[in-house]
Design a protein around this ligand. Structure first.
Ligand code: PLP
Length: 437
């Protein structure tokens, strides 16, 4: 490898191509410095239902490595797979309940961000066409995912971020006060990424109905988690299309659907809203061009792998994985809460949460980023986030084997930080760190 002007390792296009075996060796070599999520010490970015499951995903990805999801007339199977994924997801999220209106439908997208982009674009166009609002607003809590900022930036929509309440959940009264004549869309998270708490969806839905607004429930994290927690009797608050007033939802297959990366579902309550997502043009020399997402040419592998994941796991498998992940999260939570100097942020019901100093201003309070640094030195990878300064974990079924080790290490490094009073030099947060180029 030769150095580039930014001092990143870079490889020139070889004049004469390498043998496949050598290419694969090089890839393995390149990966050597990456986090080893297989060891169960990485608490973000990857979800694991075990080695056999990953092999199934890889086989399904390989089967569809070269097909193009842009055109389901050429590859009808990709259309069937997407239809199944949408139906299965809709069914988990209340579409079969009479209260849903019976028309819930949607699309497979490349991930949570694309699902949220589409929800905002659909709401913007609905507000422009139906209500004559030129520059619509989205009202959402400060905890809603950063992808909404990206959507606002891409689509010329204004975001009105409203501070969360002391429990880190959306403050519905404050959101109601932020609604104006330009508001097109309200957002609730189930659960939020930063603190893993579920917003009061029924109250947000009542507000949306009262003011004639759309409401998107971001269940990117919870779409394949909360329905199973509910069946386990560990969560009992309707958050989906059973709640009148919820007009769209996102649910990521590549999170708790244990699919390969690149698959999410966006759902709409009505056919009218769903239609708004379809882009059609004949305004070029290539004839009719229709597409339902951001990309034109689309990888079909993630669609096939997501289908393989749900078909292989089935409802029973997802139920079991949810129970396993939730048990592991409870053990980790108990370990954290056994230290009076630490506290969880809010009361997260599922498997995603953040924790930090119980009172960061108290004399002798531990610096949670120093705790994070010492855990990192022992091989644990936890996101750092702020405000407030916290460590963040996404617990999946694969962590059942490792959380007790994390709790034991946390006990030791916390004792060290409390004794030494050390503070981390590096205060940066790092969720979402793209490379150059
Ligand atoms: C609640 C929520 N929404 C949206 C996203 C964005 O999803 P993605 O990273 O797949 O684009 C995430 C990612 O963690 C999330 O937790």
């Amino acid at each position: 490898m030769t150095a580039d002007p930014f001092n990143l390792p870079s490889t020139a296009l070889p004049g004469r191509g390498l043998d496949p075996a050598e290419v694969l060796d090089r890839l393995r070599e390149a990966k050597a410095g990456d986090r080893d999520w297989r060891g169960g010490k990485v608490f973000s970015l990857v979800y694991s239902a075990g080695e056999d499951h990953h092999r199934l995903l890889e086989d399904a990805l390989a089967l569809y490595a070269s097909e193009n999801g842009l055109n389901v007339l050429a590859f009808p199977s990709i259309g069937y797979l997407q239809h199944d994924l949408v139906r299965m997801t809709a069914s988990l999220l209340g579409a079969d309940d009479a209260a849903s209106g019976g028309a819930v439908d949607g699309f497979v997208t490349s991930g949570g961000t694309e699902s949220l982009l589409q929800a905002v674009l659909t709401a913007r166009d609905d507000a422009r066409d139906r209500r004559g609002i030129d520059r619509p607003e989205v009202v959402l809590a400060t905890s809603a995912h950063a992808a909404f900022d990206k959507a606002a930036h891409y689509f010329d929509v204004d975001l009105v971020r409203v501070p969360v309440g002391p429990d880190f959940r959306a403050d519905v009264d404050a959101m109601a006060a932020a609604v104006t004549d330009r508001t097109a869309l309200l957002v609730g998270s189930a659960p939020s990424y930063p603190q893993g708490v579920v917003d009061p969806i029924a109250d947000l839905a009542a507000l949306a109905l009262d003011r004639g607004l759309l409401l998107h429930v971001d269940a990117c994290m919870g779409g394949f988690l909360l329905p199973f927690l509910e069946r386990l009797g560990r969560f009992d608050t309707p958050f989906d299309f059973r709640v009148p007033g919820v007009t769209s939802m996102s649910a990521d297959l590549h999170k708790y659907g244990y699919a390969a990366k690149g698959a999410s579902v966006i759902l709409y309550r009505t056919a009218e809203l769903k239609r708004r997502q379809v882009f059609l043009t004949t305004n070029w020399l290539g004839g009719l061009y229709a597409s339902t997402g951001v990309a034109g040419t689309r990888p079909a592998g993630p669609i096939a792998a997501a289908w393989a994941s749900l078909m292989h796991l089935g409802a029973d498998g997802l139920l079991e994985l949810t129970g396993t992940a939730h048990d592991a999260a409870r053990r980790l939570r108990a370990g954290i809460e056994s230290h009076p100097e630490l506290a969880l942020r809010g009361d997260p019901p599922a498997t995603v949460f953040a924790f930090g100093a119980a009172d960061p201003t108290a004399p002798g309070a531990p610096d949670i980023f120093a705790v994070g640094d010492l855990l990192a030195a022992r091989g644990w990878y936890l996101d750092r986030q702020s405000p407030p300064d916290s460590l963040h974990v996404t617990v999946h079924a694969g962590h059942a084997a490792t959380v007790d080790g994390l709790v034991a290490d946390l006990d030791e490094v916390l004792a060290q930080v409390l004794e030494d009073g050390q503070r981390a030099q590096d205060r940066s947060t790092d969720y979402g760190a793209p490379g150059a180029g």
